[in-house]
Write a protein that binds this ligand. Sequence first.
Ligand code: SAH
Length: 345
Amino acid sequence: MKSIYDLTFTDLENFFLTNSEKKYRARQVFDWLYKKNIESFELMSNLNDSSLTLLTNNFYFPRLKKVKQLASFDGTVKYLYQLADGNLIESVIMRHNYGNSICITTQVGCNMGCKFCASGVIKKVRNLTAGEMLSQIIESQKYFKDRISHVIVMGIGEPFDNYDNLISFLTNVNDYRALEIGARHITVSTCGIVPKIKEFADEKLQINLAISLHAPTDEIRNKIMPINKKYPISELIEAIKYYLSKTNRRVTIEYLMLKDLNDQKQHAQKLAELLKGLNVYVNLIPYNEVYEAPYKRSDETLMNEFFQVLKQNKINATLRKEQGHDIDAACGQLRSQVIKKGATF
Ligand code: SAH
């Protein structure tokens, strides 16, 4: 059985058609699911009996069990959910002046093995389904009691290592008949799986793409991101160029500031040379130290100097403001709490 939230509008239309029902049933069901927020087939009062039976026999409503909720002083809230099979995942909601954004988990564990990240400590257990990703938004919105206007796919997992489910999920986030969140309000972050970046470009979605670059040379990147051995920086830049040419959307480059590793002026200079002429925006991220990794946060002076070098080279950049640090919800701090030392769950 599948979760009803796994299906895109087209999937549901096809389902009805192949089962000799009218395709407008899909519109009725989507209305109940996404406009009236109904969580039971029985309550869908305008459906005929045969459609209802079809739905109940083939689909279920996924229940994410909220195990814990933590609120930060800055308004950030982290939700720990248990999936039907017992695995734990996390979603984080952040308040901004432009709205509320939710950070979504795409996999239980992660196989990318970035050396600085706490999320990758557990190897991938499994991919999340599209419905499980979507349920994070639907459930969290209920608890948060305020509209979620932005979606960032930057939680645990590598979204492009779960590509097909990701695309179904994004389709429903964006579809005006479903969650209706504008493509420009959606950001997907990847560690750099080159063929998938190209495939994503060909989808012609107006979704923001963020690339976790974190180093200006292969020598440094190889030390911290194993994916670089498969897809070195030159190939990654080529894929970014392809994405830019297909979508015309400015790409975000994420650059984690790691003390004594990638935070010197000469690194900034190299980064500027690498990105020269590209329609990109560099997000300098202060590193959140995690007990699983040996890395330290760069000094603030160095981060500012780094930023200045980029600016002098006319590279657009910002120093990211972090949120949720006190509740371990900042980047890289998400992890299944079962393995966290001193966990209180
Ligand atoms: N797999 C995807 C998305 C998940 S990570 C990706 O790699 O982009 C989201 C972002 O947080 C990435 O840029 C990641 O490199 C960064 N990150 C990981 N650990 C971090 C830490 N301890 N402090 C700050 N950022 C971190």
